[in-house]
Design a protein around this ligand. Structure first.
Ligand SMILES: O=C(O)CCC(=O)C(=O)O
Ligand SMILES: [Fe+2]
Length: 323
């Protein structure tokens, strides 16, 4: 089974053909890679990411991640993730007003982040109409709920630091445990292998590294909203896929609908237990499951991880046959 790689150079002029490929890949895999997307500046983002993560830990920790998805999400070496992150949430143009950005991110750097976020947002607004078109909906149907109000779309710099030794049996499960994303679409910038996804046959499949390509995946919100016509697919970064003595960097961009978006299943398996709810309800439950202890500052991460693992297992059981 070939992992879908789709050039979107002529998306607007050859809309039916290219949007069909995107729709089909999202139904079958929930994942695909886009090339010829026009986004520039990813290298500069990786440079900023490295420079920031190289700062001393106590400096980075001054502004820990908040519930609006802004700040440093560090110290994580748990059963869920062995990573640190710097998240830039909020709707377009609002970062400079956030009290949660460390001063190392001066106004010039924040302008660069905002302009990269704006390019990612534009790409999101090009891809979302592909789904609407194939579901008999107005082109702007999904796009209209994005980016004007909270929570906005989040760019996140991620570093999975190298480890002093290979984790043994019973040690950390993965650099990033199997999970689904919460929002509508994720764009992932990465140059390093390591990401695996569930393929349509439910086996783990390596996501190829395509130079200049962006990995795109469907998140839970879009999957619920489309009555699970589009798949929100489990993905992970296993230890064996990245040498333990190497750092790994990546930059996901998480597009999200506004909090008040009603995720009423539009079509499909609405009757199969998909109850309607607002995106805010889902966001709040996922943020507390994933980052609860980070936000409370009590360090009880393991407990949170167990609940998240259980929750994701249940979600997985609804979506795909168990092994
Ligand atoms: O770092 C990666 O390649 C994947 C990141 C990811 O899946 C996530 O942050 O949700
Ligand atoms: Fe993810």
């Amino acid at each position: 089974m070939e992992f879908p790689i789709i050039s979107i150079n002529h998306l607007e002029s050859d809309f039916n053909r290219i949007s069909s490929k995107i729709f089909k890949a999202s139904q079958d895999w929930g994942f695909f890679i886009v090339t010829d997307h026009g986004i520039t500046g990813a290298s500069r983002m990786f440079t900023l990411s490295r420079e920031f993560f190289d700062l001393p830990m106590d400096v980075k920790c001054e502004k820990p991640l908040n519930e609006l998805g802004v700040g440093y999400d560090g110290h994580k070496a748990t059963t869920f993730a062995a990573s640190e992150g710097m998240a830039f949430g909020l709707p377009a143009g609002q970062l400079s007003q956030s009290p949660n950005i460390h001063s190392w991110w001066d106004s010039a750097k924040l302008r660069e982040i905002e302009s990269f976020k704006a390019q990612c947002n534009e790409l999101t607004l090009r891809i979302l109409p592909c789904f609407a078109a194939h579901m008999g909906l107005p082109a702007s149907f999904f796009a209209a709920s994005h980016n004007q109000s909270l929570p906005g779309n989040a760019l996140k710099f991620m570093k999975y630091p190298k480890m002093p030794a290979e984790p043994g049996p019973g040690g950390l499960a993965a650099r990033l445990a199997p999970h689904t994303d919460w929002g509508t679409l994720t764009l992932l910038f990465t140059r390093a292998p390591g990401l695996e996804v569930r393929d349509p046959g439910n086996s783990w499949h390596d996501v190829p590294v395509v130079p200049g390509g962006i990995v795109v995946n469907i998140g839970d919100a879009l999957s619920f909203w489309t009555g699970r016509q589009l798949k929100s697919t489990m993905h992970r970064i296993a230890w064996e896929k990245v040498p333990f003595d190497q750092d790994r960097y990546s930059i996901p961009y998480f597009a999200q609908p506004s909090f008040e978006t009603d995720l009423q299943p539009l079509t499909g398996k609405a009757e199969a237990g998909c109850k309607p709810f607002k995106y805010q309800e889902y966001y709040t439950s996922r943020i507390s499951l994933t980052w609860g202890s980070v936000l409370r500052g009590d360090g009880k991460q393991l407990d949170v991880d167990n609940r998240l693992t259980q929750y994701l297992t249940e979600l997985d059981a609804n979506d795909v046959p168990t092994e």
